[in-house]
Every structure is written in structure tokens, then in C-alpha cells.
Design a protein around this ligand. Structure first.
Ligand SMILES: [Zn+2]
Ligand SMILES: [Zn+2]
Length: 364
């Protein structure tokens, strides 16, 4: 039996969810989306009026469970960039997101966890695109196809870290979402079927245009200059509960307490001790925290401007020998760590271990 994570529950994802629920090979589904359905979604997404105002993950969880009550469903109301990596581990990722930044995150998660991902996108008013990636060092990834311009667009599309301004809805028609969803599920069925040995889209992209009826199949190449490192991580679970254990416990559990320069980090997030308002320039001091895990309130200035951790006050990792003993006694949850987080612990020798903290729980 297989586990699937559906990331993004909009025009494509809302159609994907009920198709996944009808696959007997799937035993568990994780749903990820930060958003709620609104009036404008009624004409483009697979929902009814009772969904309006409700979180997308909750709505789709009920739809899935009504189709197959035996399915284990986990709903994570969060930006994909902020979801603890461990919660995505072991799942084939069905990506139905509408922006480059989120797609880049899914690509990274896929490689780190060593799980395939199926991408879908609606290009123009009548075009759908489907690609499948299966991680290995030699296999092409999403970013292998990116150039300088793609990275520029990435910054413009979704500036300055996660959890911020949402990307405008594409407003693509519902039938394109359903078409992309169907093509994705056809590929998912191949990935989860033991007997299947026909053609698949791994390392390739299929495009179909409903106006011209043209189909295009392209192959991806592994790009030696790709900015992504293509590393598949060996992730070790450690029995540390972020609500009970401290930073010191975490350092001790690495069995490297003799190495004072040992440091830890979480990929795609950074630690902050000060925040600066982009609008009025006010600086405020905060307790050491993971920036991406701060609440929207904590990241909003009194003037309404957004607050960022910048320059000297934003750091990717924290070093044991630079922390006071009171800081080391801080509970992991107070710094923003959550169950399922994968923490990379790097030693002075250069060796790195990836530790997954907490017990894996449903709806945690
Ligand atoms: Zn690549
Ligand atoms: Zn301000």
C-alpha cells in the first residue's frame, strides 16, 4: 500500500483529491494547503457552496473520507515551505501548486525524502503540463531546466521568504484542472502499480493544448550546472519531543557534545533575533526563533508593514558554543521546532546528520 501527499488544493488539486480516494493502492493521504475556499473558487474548483470559508484541507479531507472511509487522511493547513519534512516522508508527492517557489519546495522535498513527485501546471488558457521526477543523483530535477531568468522570476513572484503574499489565482477553467488532474493520476497509477512496465513520464514532460489539440512530449536532461545539489538524505528519527526537550538535549543526542563547533539548521528556514519592518524601518528584538515559524502577527509591524530578519540578525544555523546556557535550556517548541522537523547537524569535521524529531502524529 502507498501513501500520497497532495500539495495544493486549488483548480488541479481539488480534482486530484477525489481521484486519489478512488485508488485501491493508496492507504493514506496527506493534504497540504494554507488557504480557504472562497466564492471565486466555485466556478473553477471541485467544491460546492458548503466549502466556502472553510480551510481547503478540511473540505477535501471530508470529501476523500466520504468516498473511502478506510483511508487514513492527514490535513496540514500550512504553506508547503513550512511543513516539517518528516511529515512528507514516505509519500509520493502529487504537486498541484500554482507558483514556482512552492514547486521548488516540492522538488527539494522529493529529493531529500527519496520519493517521486508528479508535477502539473496549467500554462496558458488552454495548455496543461505534466512531469514526473524520480530522485537520484543522475536524474534530472525541476531546477535542471531552470536558467538565470527562472531564478529572477522566482524572486519577483514570491519575494522574501515564505508565508507571505499569496500569488494571484490563475482563474483557469475547471476542465483544465480536471484534465491536468486526470493525467497526473494516470501517472500515479503507474508509479504505484507493481506490474506496470509500459511508458511513464519519469524524466519527461507532456504538454497538451485543448485549443490546437497539439501534444508535445519533451525529455529532461540532468544539468551539471543545476543549482540544486540533488542529495537524497538519510534521515534518522530521534526520540525528542519538541514540547519537552531542549536545545541542549538535541545537541547531546547527536553524541558530539565534545565538538563545540557543532551547529544545527533546518533547510529553507533561518533563525532570527531581530526583525526589521520594511515599511517604517522599526527594529524589534525577539527571542531566538525560526523565522518561518513565527505567527503572522509576530511578523507584522504595528504600522501594518511586514517584518523580516535581515543581514546580521538572520542566520542559517546556530552553533552550540555561541549559545548561552539559558538559551540551551530553551524548549525546542519555543524556538519554532515541530514534531517531524528534520534538523541537520553539522560537525566541524564536515560530517552532517539529518535527524527527525518528535513522534509522527496524525493532525499534529
Ligand atoms: Zn537539478
Ligand atoms: Zn512598521
Amino acid at each position: 500500500m502507498c501513501t500520497v501527499a497532495i500539495v495544493g488544493l486549488g483548480t488541479i488539486g481539488s480534482a486530484v483529491a477525489s481521484l486519489v480516494a478512488r485508488m485501491p493502492q493508496i492507504s493514506a493521504v496527506t493534504l497540504v494547503d494554507h488557504d480557504a475556499y472562497d466564492e471565486s473558487n466555485l466556478t473553477t474548483q471541485a467544491i460546492d457552496a458548503s466549502a466556502l470559508g472553510r480551510p481547503k484541507v478540511k473540505v477535501q479531507a471530508s470529501i476523500i473520507q466520504a468516498i473511502n472511509p478506510k483511508l487514513e487522511v492527514k490535513a496540514i493547513e500550512e504553506y508547503i515551505e513550512n511543513v516539517p519534512l518528516g511529515l512528507m516522508r514516505g509519500s509520493i508527492l502529487v504537486s498541484c501548486v500554482d507558483n514556482r517557489r512552492a514547486r521548488q519546495s516540492v522538488n527539494r522535498i522529493s529529493w531529500r525524502c527519496g520519493s517521486s513527485w508528479i508535477d502539473a501546471a496549467i500554462g496558458t488558457a488552454s495548455l496543461v503540463r505534466i512531469s514526473v521526477y524520480t530522485p537520484s543523483c543522475e536524474a534530472p530535477c525541476l531546477e535542471c531546466g531552470w536558467d538565470e531568468r527562472s531564478y529572477e522570476l522566482l524572486e519577483q513572484e514570491y519575494p522574501c521568504n515564505v508565508g507571505g503574499d499569496s500569488v494571484p489565482a490563475t482563474g483557469a477553467p475547471a476542465e483544465l484542472g480536471a484534465l491536468a488532474a486526470s493525467l497526473q493520476i494516470a501517472e500515479l497509477r503507474k508509479l504505484v502499480s507493481d506490474e506496470y512496465d509500459g511508458g511513464s513520464l519519469v524524466g519527461a514532460q507532456l504538454m497538451f493544448d485543448t485549443t490546437t489539440h497539439e501534444k508535445h512530449l519533451g525529455l529532461f536532461q540532468r544539468n551539471e550546472k543545476c543549482r540544486f545539489d540533488h542529495e537524497i538524505w538519510e534521515i534518522e528519527p530521534v526520540d525528542l519531543d519538541p514540547r519537552e526537550h531542549t536545545l541542549l538535549d538535541l545537541f547531546e543526542s547527536t553524541e558530539a557534545s565534545a565538538d563545540p563547533a557543532v551547529n544545527l539548521s533546518i533547510e529553507e528556514d533561518s533563525f532570527a533575533t531581530y526583525l526589521d519592518c520594511v515599511a517604517c524601518g522599526r527594529r524589534s528584538n525577539i527571542d531566538l526563533s525560526l523565522y518561518g515559524r513565527l505567527s503572522v502577527d509576530a511578523r507584522t509591524c504595528g504600522c501594518g508593514g511586514r517584518m523580516f530578519a535581515t543581514g546580521f540578525f538572520s542566520f542559517e544555523s546556530i552553533r552550540r558554543d555561541e549559545l548561552s546556557s539559558s538559551k540551551l535550556d530553551t524548549k525546542l517548541c519555543s524556538l519554532g521546532f515541530r514534531a517531524g522537523d528534520v534538523i541537520s547537524v553539522a560537525h566541524a569535521s564536515g560530517s552532517v546528520r539529518h535527524l527527525e524529531i518528535g513522534k509522527r502524529q496524525i493532525n499534529d
